[in-house]
Structures are given as structure tokens and as C-alpha cells.
Design a protein around this ligand. Sequence first.
Ligand SMILES: [Zn+2]
Length: 435
Amino acid sequence: MRTPRTHHTPRTPRAPRRSRFLLPLLLLAPLVLLVFRPVPRKGVAGASDGGGGDLYADDAARERAIRYNRQREWLSLFGTLYGALINALALRTGLSARLRDRAAAVAPARLGPVIPYTLVSSLLSSLATLPLAYYSGWVVERRYDLTNQTRRAWLGETLKGEALGLALGLPLAQGVYAVIRRYPRGWWAILAALAIPFTIVLSILAPVLILPLFNTFEPIRDRALAERIKALAAAQGVTVSDVLQMDMSKQTKKANAFFTGLGGTKRIVLADTLLDEFTQEEVEVVLAHELGHQVGGDIWKLIGLGALTTALTAGAVDRLARPIIARVGARLGLDPARGLGDVAALPLLALLLSAISLALAPLQNAISRNLIEHPADRYALDLTRDPAAFVGAMEKLGRLNLADPQPPAIVKWLLYGHPTLQERVDYGRSWRAEG
Ligand SMILES: [Zn+2]
């Protein structure tokens, strides 16, 4: 493993040595600078005048929630950088090129090296990131008393998720590379177009094929509540086939509600953890929010946004990867003639992809917060006309999930697809003032 790259080392015009991995790292630099910039510790959460002041019982509870969130955010940053390092090393050491050679040797010529390469590289990178996944996914959750899972159960689900990822990801990788090779110039546009039917099929199948692998779904047990919700929806001209509850308590003490599926698999799902804690009025307002997503056709907005993001991301990867491969590809054991179609260049694509996704995250999150989630909140309030229940539901949700009511702006831009808790509570309060 330790031998430096030995093959494919023609002395072609040399790029300045230092620039090999500089570009991907430079792409990550703005994030690093922004996050490492000192964040005003005090006043982050306490600044609001009476806004969310009653969310947590006391300052200690609030401090604890903020600590939890900062830890998760740092871990997320570290995970991104660590992933980038792994990809950079896979290229720099020639490991990626050797793996491609091996893969090509074992795979039938007609199929090519993509599937065996992707299989082994996914397994290796999962192994390398397992300690981090364990720490952030179980240890931290345990420390803050948020998980209901044993270590063994966590590991079991992680392995199941990994297997599922491979089952979906390997054929997908084969398909993506078929497109890249067939259309070396316009592949990114074709993939973005294909992302639409692909997401639609996945949206239809996920609620019936994938989600039940991890949790049990059943019609909500409180039938009176179910009828109330159906009546609420019917009054808006929306037919809700059923409202399901999910045993989220199997994994966590956190609570959630979401809408999922398309056509016949369209459904609203409530976590049992939420049903246990919320009053009827609060459940109703949460459901009204989800109903707002359905009425607003938000799933189509998300699919469209996904396709647009794919086009932007893949287009940018194409633009950036091409010159890098042309200049230093041969030295890394890549095949410049095949360009992006050489599967050994996958770590380079992954590096660029994660940098570009990071750059796009603020825009994507802003769209989600302002054009998808906030309108659903407004819909919920207009429909229920019960701001007290709305505010109560938000605060309970916040407490259960140990939410940071007012994260630093940089954290909000990079990670928050929903308005912050403080913003939602404030909105609920101001709605009452206007309504
Ligand atoms: Zn929502």
C-alpha cells in the first residue's frame, strides 16, 4: 500500500508540483475560513428579547443544546475535510489507479472496471470513516441522551444502510459512467435530465421499498385524530389517503414529521415520539405544515431543484476536472485519453463534487427555507388559525431535538433547510399579531 506510484510517469510538461491538490483544497478554503472565524459565543442564543426564551428550562439546558449543536457542526466539517483527504490520498498514492487496474483484470471486458472498482473503493472509504460515523452517530447522541439504540443496533442499521447504498449505487455508477463515455462533452446535461425520471421513480418506490427496511409504518392509531386531519385536508380540497405513524422511537428520542411519496405512495408520516408528546392541536398544526407541502406541490419543486443542482454541479465538475486530468492525470496513473471516463479519476470527481456542493449549499438551503418551508409554516397557520399551537409545537419539537434556536449565520447558510427555531416561533407570534 505504501509504495508510491511507479507506473505511468511520463515527463510531460510539468505543472508546478504544488498545484496538484491545491485547487480542490482551495475550493474548500472559504468554508474553513468562515467556520474557523471566531463566533460570538455569548448572545448567540440569548439575544432574542423574550422570543424563544422559554424554550429551555434554564440557561444550563440552553447551553447544553448549543454545545450539542456546535459539536455536530464541527464533526460535519471535520467529516467533509477527512473525506477530501481520503480522496486526495487515493489519487496521490496511486491507489485509485491500481484499484482500477485490478478491477479491469477481474471484470468481464464487456462490463468494464466500474462496478468492482466502486464496490471496493466504497467499502474501503466506509471502513476509513466508520470511527467518525460511530462517534457522531452514536457516541455523541448517547452523550446527550438522544438515542434509543444500543451500539449493536446502531451498527446493524449502519451496515444495512451500507448494503442498500451499494445495491442502489453500483448499478447507478455503471449507468453514470456509460453516459460519461458515450457523451464525453455533454454527459453532465444528460445526467441532469435523467435525474428527473430517476428521482420520480425513487420517490414512488422509497416509501414502500426502502423506508420499511428501517422502520415500521402503520395507520395512525388515534382514529379520531386521523379523521380530524382528513377533514382538515378535505376542506382544502386535498384527499389524504391516510396518515401514518412510524416507530421512530426505535432509533431516537427526537421527533419528526414528513411527507413522502408520489401518486399512490403519497403519504404523511408522523413519528411516534411526536404523537406521544404533542397535544391534538399541536399534532394538527404539524400536519397542516405537511399538508402545505402537498398542496404546494413541493415534491415537484424539490425534484426540479435537484435536477438543476445536478446540472450545475456536474457541469462545474466537468469544467474543473478536465484541465486537472490533462495536466497531472498521467502522473496519478489516470488515463488522460479517457479523461473523466476513467473510473480511477472518481476520487477527483468526488473531491470536486463535495467542494461544489458545499459552495451551492447556501443557495439550496436559502431556497428550501424561504420558498418551501416558510410557506408551509404560513399555510399551517392560515389553515389552523392557531398560532399558540404552532408556537407550542415548534418549541416542543425544538426541545425534543435539542435544537439550537439561533445558530450562527454561517451554520444556518450551510446546514439549515428550515428557518431557525427562533424565526419560526417569532413568525408564529407575529402571525397572531396580524391575523
Ligand atoms: Zn416542512
